[in-house]
Design a protein. Structure first.
Length: 190
C-alpha cells in the first residue's frame, strides 16, 4: 500500500487504526525532529533525572529522524540530510517509545528490544534511502536547531518535511522487512 500522511495524522493511522504494515510506502509531511546517538544519550539521561518534561521537544506522538544534516547552502534551509545507521540509537529507543514516540526514521536493522518496544507501543520504524542526502534535503522546507547546539550537526533540530518518501520497515504487528526479506530470499534460494 501507499499512504500520504501528515505527521499529526500518524497517531490515528498507526496507534488507533494500525494500518501501516512492513513494506508499505509512506509520503510523510509535517514536523520531525533530528536526533542521533549523542543527543539520545543526553535526552534519556535528562528523562531519568527530571522526567519526560526534560525532553527538548514534545515526545508524545513525535517522529525522530536519525540524521546529522550538513550546513545549508545559500538559499536552502538545510544541506544534505540522509539517514544514519539506526542501531546506534537502540540502547535509547525503547525508553523513548515507552514515553510516547510514534515513529523513527533511519536506515538499517533494529535490535529485538526495539522491535518489541515498537509492537508494545503500536509505533513504526521507517527507512529512508541511504546515500541520498541531497534527495532527502529536497523534501525539507525548514530547519531550526532547538537543543544541544554544541553538538554541531548532531544537535536536535526541528524539521518541516514535505512529501518525504519512506518505507515502513518494522510495523506494530511484528512485520519486519529485514527478517522477513531474508527468510523469503532463503526460501526462494532452496
Amino acid at each position: 500500500m501507499e499512504y500520504e500522511i501528515h505527521v499529526t495524522d500518524l497517531p490515528a493511522v498507526q496507534r488507533e487504526q494500525q494500518l501501516l504494515r512492513a513494506g508499505d510506502r509512506v509520503i510523510l509531511s509535517g514536523t520531525v525532529y533530528t536526533s542521533r546517538d549523542a543527543a539520545h544519550k543526553r535526552i534519556t539521561a535528562a528523562m531519568r533525572e527530571q522526567g519526560n518534561d526534560a525532553v527538548p521537544f514534545p515526545l508524545r506522538d513525535a517522529v525522530i529522524y536519525y540524521a546529522g544534516p550538513t550546513a545549508a547552502p545559500p538559499g536552502r534551509p538545510i544541506g544534505a540530510c540522509g539517514p544514519t545507521t539506526s542501531g546506534r540509537m537502540d540502547p535509547y529507543a525503547p525508553m523513548l517509545l515507552d514515553a510516547g514516540l510514534i515513529a523513527m526514521i533511519g536506515k538499517g536493522e533494529r535490535s529485538q528490544a526495539v522491535c518489541d518496544a515498537i509492537i508494545r507501543n503500536r509505533a513504526v520504524y521507517f527507512c529512508a534511502v541511504g546515500g541520498a542526502g541531497a534527495l532527502a534535503a529536497a523534501h525539507i522546507t525548514s530547519c531550526e536547531v532547538i537543543a544541544y547546539d554544541d553538538l554541531g550537526c548532531e544537535s536536535v533540530k526541528r524539521l518541516t518535511v514535505d512529501r518525504f518518501p519512506l518505507l515502513v520497515t518494522i510495523d506494530s504487528h511484528g512485520g519486519n522487512l529485514f527478517r522477513d526479506g531474508r527468510a523469503a530470499y532463503a526460501e526462494a534460494a532452496e
